[in-house]
Design a protein around this ligand. Structure first.
Ligand SMILES: *[C@@H]1O[C@H](CO)[C@@H](O)[C@H](O)[C@H]1NC(C)=O
Ligand SMILES: *[C@@H]1O[C@H](CO)[C@@H](O)[C@H](O)[C@H]1NC(C)=O
Length: 391
């Protein structure tokens, strides 16, 4: 409904136009002493801005103007009084040059026990390459920090963020509900170790849309206890693809339920759509997965279930995976495989995969027909499936 203010009653009229709910209060990190020069440590200024926003009963916006902000590890903790906190980041947040400073922490930016928090914009440069080089040379290196982590939180939005060169994972969603991630860009070298793009676990109602991920490990990794995950329009590569798992590492493990991956594009990745579990006893399961409308460009394992994961043959030789995989749909998956086996369903001998559905799959290898391999996999094919359906 449109309203027009006349000059006579402009103030009253404008008051009536503004939302009756509550005011929005803005906190600019510069007024808390942050310096946009990339040199002076602004950690305390950011924490103070958070405290002020968190204890306000209004909706609040923490503004980070253009510039570079040197920041060490910090946690933003709830409960907050405010209805909503938006981090509006127009600048770049940079980690200390010495990787040991961040590397001793689990996270660079950690949100814990918060609700109704949005991060809009922002570039986070974790300066990972020095730590990756340390790891490559094998001397005693810290394991490194996740760039951005949300734990025990709900109603979270991450919109238009860029994460560059994380030390370890870029974004982790752990024990959260109602998380919407969109328009995010993740960039790290294809050889960088353990730089997963987005890791989700023990969380429900998470959506990841319109996001591009170039990294050294999984573009998206999906851990135990993930329910109702929606992934749409992801471009992945380099990287290890979208992976449900590794699962079944532990005997007591929450299942993964109702995961949809639609309109994903994989470019030169190690895997496309993967489900991976340890060959170990487990009460875990994967139930209800829809992989729809994916494009593979030169992907080593476009469609893969691997239930025999046992790196270095430690703690699982001779065992089978306890993970039960059921109702997994692959529909309209097209493109090229970089290896001759384009479909590999290697399920557990004691817990065969069931309800696998392959529908309109066309994967080629060097312009020839590729191969498929099924072990302990039960299901059906519909429409045209190339390579020939082994179910
Ligand atoms: C997708 O995200 C990019 C930023 O990465 C943005 O420019 C574009 O408008 C978004 N598209 C849609 C359809 O949301
Ligand atoms: C599955 O998850 C989607 C979101 O990804 C949700 O819309 C849908 O309701 C869920 N289905 C069930 C049966 O819970």
């Amino acid at each position: 409904m449109a309203k027009f203010c006349t000059s006579i009653s402009i103030i009253l009229c404008m008051l009536s136009l503004s939302s009756p709910a509550t005011a929005t209060t803005t906190y600019n990190v510069l007024s808390f002493g942050a310096k946009p020069n990339g040199l002076k440590d602004s950690t305390q200024a950011f924490l103070n801005a958070w405290s002020a926003a968190c204890s306000s009963s209004d909706s609040t916006v923490i503004v980070v103007p253009k510039g570079r902000y040197l920041l060490s590890s910090m946690s933003f903790k709830g409960d907050c009084k405010s209805l909503h906190i938006t981090f509006q980041i127009d600048g770049t947040l940079v980690a200390p040059a010495d990787y040991r400073i961040l590397g001793q922490f689990e996270n660079w930016f950690s949100f814990e026990g918060v609700s109704r928090v949005s991060i809009v914009g922002g570039a986070l440069d974790a300066k990972g390459p020095a730590l990756w080089a340390c790891k490559a040379s094998g001397k005693g290196c810290p394991s490194g920090a996740t760039t951005l982590s949300f734990t025990d939180s709900s109603d979270i939005r991450i919109d238009g963020l860029m994460s560059l060169n994380s030390q370890m994972f870029h974004i982790v969603i752990n024990r959260c509900q109602n998380v919407h991630i969109q328009g995010v860009k993740i960039i790290a070298n294809g050889n960088s170790p353990n730089t997963d793009g987005i890791h989700v676990q023990l969380s429900r109602n998470v959506a990841i849309v319109n996001t591009s991920i170039r990294t050294g490990d999984d573009c998206v990794s999906i851990g135990p206890g993930t329910k109702n995950l929606w992934i749409e329009r992801i471009v992945c590569g380099p990287g290890h693809g979208i992976s449900i798992g590794s699962l079944a590492k532990d005997l007591e493990e929450d299942g993964v339920q109702n995961v949809t991956v639609t309109k994903a594009i994989f470019i030169g990745t190690q895997n496309g759509l993967r489900i991976k579990s340890w060959a170990r006893p487990s009460k875990g399961f994967v139930q209800g997965v829809q992989f729809i409308d994916a494009i593979m460009q030169n992907v080593q394992n476009p469609i893969i279930i691997d239930q025999n994961y046992c790196p270095h043959n430690i703690n699982c030789p001779g065992q089978t995976s306890g993970l039960k995989i059921s109702d997994v749909i692959y529909k309209n998956i097209r493109g090229t495989s970089a290896t001759s086996v384009a479909i590999k369903l290697d399920c557990s001998a004691t817990n065969p995969c069931s309800g696998i559905r392959l529908e309109d799959v066309k994967l080629t290898y060097k312009k020839q027909e590729a191969q498929s391999s099924c072990v302990n996999a039960k299901g059906k094919a519909f429409g045209i499936v190339q390579p020939n359906n082994c179910l």
